[in-house]
Ligand binder design. Structure first.
Ligand code: NAP
Ligand code: F7E
Length: 344
């Protein structure tokens, strides 16, 4: 079985590639050319599996529809997972056109390439809980209404709808995974969970003094990326292509996350955390809580890692990284940065 993963260099791409290699797939992934190499999350599996022919990377960008269709024709994958996106909600307000282009044109380019291919291929669209807009504390499921509140969320609604349209119009096995927030030790460092655990690691090692955040009252349903990629694969194997919610069914605020993370190193977060308008969004999604009953009943999927295990795993990793950074600082090999990361 061959698979093509767009966005293999991202958090989910890295977890999914590992899972599918373990399952015996020949994994192909797309990478964007950049001035510095950005395959950090998959370097270990690359060095192990590229030579054996189980993992191959190809330059592509979702905005380059020609590269997408030639990859699909040349590789002939059995399954395509479209994980690539400008996935940062706050950044989507600053780069709305680009975020929309990637989120919308990318999915249609892939769906069109699949439609015109002679080979049957399954398609996975990375839909998001952001599409709901989070205006109330109700548990959201596959039937809940989408009220997008950001360019990111609106682009995801478009791709979600196109996936359904291609499923219904052409009988393509096209699946929407509506995933609630999922995190890990390789989560991007500008998402709130990782920004917090990175700060906890660095503060505990004396190389960071404070942490500046935005809305501390926002509530999310945070799960573990390793569990969620198993759910993605399970959806694709189900005989009927459909929409599926993956979540943990538990809601926590940013403050709760701070409490849990700082408690691990015995510190009181309120002594270190400041808030700044910089990190507030023009339109906020206040509350997101998911109901994963359909995935549980029909796929047998359940999250194994709960919030405490997740926070612990992330903090442990970031203490380890901070210790390595502290050694380099002591040896004068890098310059101190008192707050991290410095960019939104
Ligand atoms: P991520 O870490 O931000 O990774 C995004 C990936 O997309 C990276 O590989 C990135 O490449 C690639 N990419 C960005 N723009 C691209 C373009 N124009 N052409 C080709 N590739 C491009 O995101 P993630 O957390 O793994 O999430 C995976 C997918 O699930 C995304 O579509 C995201 O919107 C969606 N999602 C995520 C969550 C979550 O909580 N993590 C929840 C629901 C849905 P570079 O490495 O070069 O930047
Ligand atoms: O924000 C608040 C912020 O950026 C979570 C993406 O993977 O999940 C992710 O989107 C909450 C928001 O994730 C800071 O205002 C406070 O209410 O970690 P986040 P997100 O926006 O929920 C969904 C499901 C996706 O699909 C997306 O791709 O935390 N918050 N202070 C902050 N957020 C950030 N980033 N930085 C802060 O300083």
């Amino acid at each position: 079985m061959k698979v093509l993963i767009t966005g293999i260099t991202g958090q989910d791409g890295a977890y999914l590639a590992r899972l599918l290699i373990e399952k015996g797939y020949e994994v192909h992934g797309t990478v964007r050319r950049s001035s510095s190499v950005n395959t950090k999350r998959i370097d270990d599996i690359l060095s192990k599996y590229e030579r054996e022919g189980n993992l191959a990377l190809h330059y592509s960008d979702l905005l380059d529809s020609a590269s997408i269709s030639s990859l699909i024709n040349n590789i002939g994958p059995d399954e395509v997972y479209n994980l690539a996106a400008q996935s940062h909600v706050a950044v989507s307000f600053e780069n709305p056109v680009y975020t929309t282009q990637v989120g919308t044109l990318g999915s249609v380019s892939i769906l069109e390439a699949i439609r015109s291919s002679k080979k049957e291929m399954k398609y996975y669209q990375a839909s998001s809980s952001e599409m709901y807009g989070g205006g109330s504390s109700e548990k959201l499921n596959e039937e809940s209404k989408f009220i997008p509140k950001s360019p990111y969320a609106a682009s995801k609604v478009f791709a979600h709808n196109m996936t359904t349209i291609y499923r219904e119009s052409y009988g393509i096995h096209a699946v929407n995974g509506i995933l609630f927030n999922h995190e890990s030790p390789i989560r991007g460092e500008t998402f709130v969970t990782r920004k917090i655990t990175k700060a906890v690691g660095r503060i505990s090692q004396g190389i960071q003094e404070k942490l500046t955040l935005g809305n501390l009252d926002a509530v999310r349903d945070w799960g573990y990326a390793g569990d969620f990629v198993e759910g993605m694969w399970a959806m694709m194997q189900h005989e009927e292509p459909s929409d599926w919610v993956l979540s943990t069914g538990k809601a926590h605020s940013v403050k709760d996350f701070l409490d849990k993370a700082f408690n691990i190193v015995g510190l009181d977060w309120s002594k270190y955390v400041e808030t700044s308008e910089t990190y507030y969004r023009p339109n906020e999604v206040d509350y997101l809580l998911g109901d994963y009953s359909k995935a549980k009943n029909k796929l047998g999927w359940e999250p194994k890692v709960q919030i405490d295990g997740l926070v612990e795993m992330m903090v442990e990793n970031d203490i380890h990284e901070a210790k390595q950074e502290a050694v380099l600082l002591k040896e004068g090999l890098i310059e101190p940065t008192w707050e991290y990361p410095v960019i939104k």
